[in-house]
Design a protein around this ligand. Structure first.
Ligand code: UDP
Length: 307
């Protein structure tokens, strides 16, 4: 069995490659290394440097599973590369899905909780259609992923793509880049350096953080199931951003203080997955508490020296 993972040198992608190797797959990782790093790749993974937004993957078969994770996922990254992000969501997704169609392989599409935008329904079930600003700065990612969902659903209906569609909520863990810009990496790095933790707005906005091992277990369970989805993969333990800041300061044992900054435009006020579907259909739910996951992530940053 061979699996091809786009974004396989990235944060979630590299963990997924490892999980697939443990399940006996021969794994190929495709990555253009804009946000991925070769050092993330486990030994045994075959690496192909390629930007899926501009190049198809038709020469890379045969495969049994295509997992499509290639895309900037941090707001800092996709706001810096807006047009590339749209192109990755559109042509990158098409190229990956076409490879799956060519070999009648399963196709695991990683979409995002961002398709719910600034949600009016809380927590968010898969049946909620979302509240997204189509002309805002974040639209390159939110609407890009909504387009990607529409594309793979059309390929499923029209061509019988063997689709498994996941919506990932905020994930964190070892291999987050220190300069990634997302809340967990920013806060751990600042706390370890003894620098101020930057709270955007008043910090009352919420997120629900899922440890990467749990995220990957959910992705594998969905990929190997017979469910088309969409299925939410996330941890429903919802926290205010300001509480995450004080928790991380405490867990690091840091003297850092909080520093308030402007709230980015269209920053969702609250976010929490309804994971009833994943529980029922996949028998999956997160196993790692936020405190435990953060401690493991802090240990990794300390040991790697990447801060
Ligand atoms: N955030 C923050 N300080 C930071 C980074 C992020 O207060 O240094 C906030 C951000 O405004 C958002 C939440 O933390 O409300 C999560 O941001 P992140 O960029 O991790 O992901 P998002 O869920 O917004 O895509």
């Amino acid at each position: 069995m061979r699996a091809l993972v786009t974004g396989g040198a990235g944060f979630v992608g590299s963990h997924l490659c490892e999980a697939l190797i443990l399940r006996g797959y021969e794994v190929w990782a495709v990555d253009d290394l804009t946000s991925g790093r070769k050092e993330n790749l486990a030994s045994g993974v075959t690496f192909i440097e390629r930007d899926v937004a501009y190049h198809d993957l038709d020469d890379l078969g045969p495969v049994d599973l295509v997992a499509h994770l290639a895309c900037p996922a941090s707001p800092a990254d996709y706001l810096a590369r807006p047009l590339e992000t749209l192109r990755t969501c559109a042509d990158g997704t098409r190229h990956a899905a076409e490879l799956a169609l060519l070999h009648d392989a399963r196709f695991l599409m990683t979409s995002t909780s961002e398709v719910y935008g600034d949600p009016a329904v809380h927590p968010q079930p898969e049946g909620y259609w979302g509240n997204v600003n189509p002309t805002g700065e974040r639209a390159v990612y939110d609407e890009g992923k909504r387009y990607a969902e529409a594309l793979v659903m059309a390929m499923y209906r029209k061509h019988g793509l063997r689709l498994r569609l996941a919506r990932l909520f905020n994930s964190y863990g070892p291999r987050l880049r220190s300069g990634d810009g997302r809340v967990v990496s920013n806060y751990i790095v600042a706390a370890l350096r003894g620098e101020p933790l930057t709270v955007y707005g008043d910090g009352a906005q919420t997120r629900s953080l899922c440890f990467v091992d749990d995220t990957v277990a959910g992705l594998v369970a969905l990929a190997l199931s017979e469910n088309v989805g969409p299925v939410n993969i996330g941890n429903p333990d919802e926290r205010r951003v300001i509480d995450l800041a004080t928790l991380i300061i405490e867990l690091v044992g840091s003297q850092s203080v909080l520093e308030y900054r402007r709230l980015p435009s269209d920053d969702p006020v609250r976010r929490c997955p309804d994971i009833g579907l994943a529980r029922r259909q996949l028998g999956w739910e997160p196993q790692v508490s936020v405190e435990d996951g953060l401690l493991r992530t802090i240990s990794w940053f300390r040991a790697s020296g990447l801060y």
